[in-house]
Design a protein around this ligand. Structure first.
Ligand code: FES
Length: 199
């Protein structure tokens, strides 16, 4: 993990528009993955970000920055993948049919919302007013969440919740699922975020 990647000045998306100021950071269990770093200017212009995910363990989530936004990479366990079947009837857009061109590339329009079933890659920005939700990966009852919580993400700004595929639950302020950014695997351990075609 590079110290540079942890620079709080680069994490200005956290808490955007969150009057409560309840989220100062991404959950502490969420490490930044060190990645080959394009220049600041290139990143601002939207350069793709290559990430080494070889150290990401089952059940762990990492956050990298792409176009000034947090992108989550979660290596889901078999139990977490299985939870998607349970949440399917509870989410508002289970098949990711809303705004597919903006939110869900064709290769992620499946039950996992991902290229590889175990790996979720999603932009960590709430589709309501742009806060960054908090990872609540642990299943089970906990404050602000339903007793049958299967693990997912909670936006403290206005209470929207998302499952472990970034699908928004029904009757929440957020209108849409979390965005799946363009991405491609260059190898088993190298993920490129921001492009989905190999040069
Ligand atoms: S910004 Fe309002 S619920 Fe997330």
């Amino acid at each position: 993990m590079s110290n540079d990647a942890m620079d709080p000045g680069r994490r200005t998306w956290i808490g955007i528009a969150c009057g409560a100021g309840a989220i100062g950071t991404v959950a502490t269990a969420v490490p930044f993955v060190s990645s080959f770093a394009p220049s600041e200017r290139a990143k601002a212009a939207g350069a793709a970000v290559e990430v080494d995910i070889s150290d990401l363990k089952v059940g762990e989530m990492a956050t990298v920055e792409w176009r000034g936004k947090p992108v989550w990479i979660l290596r889901r366990s078999p139990e977490q993948l299985a939870s998607l079947k349970k949440t399917e009837p509870l989410v508002a857009d289970p098949q990711s049919k809303r705004n597919p061109n903006e939110l869900t590339p064709e290769y992620a329009r499946n039950e996992h919302r991902s290229r590889k079933p175990e790996l979720l890659v999603a932009v960590g920005i709430c589709s309501h007013l742009g806060c960054s939700p908090t990872a609540k990966l642990q299943a089970g009852a906990q404050p602000s969440l339903p007793d049958d919580w299967q693990g997912g993400f909670f936006c403290p700004c206005h209470g929207s919740t998302f499952d472990l595929a970034g699908r928004v639950f029904k009757n929440k302020p957020a209108p849409d699922n979390l965005e799946v950014p363009p991405h491609i695997y260059l190898s088993d351990s190298r993920l490129l975020i921001g492009e989905d075609k190999q040069a």
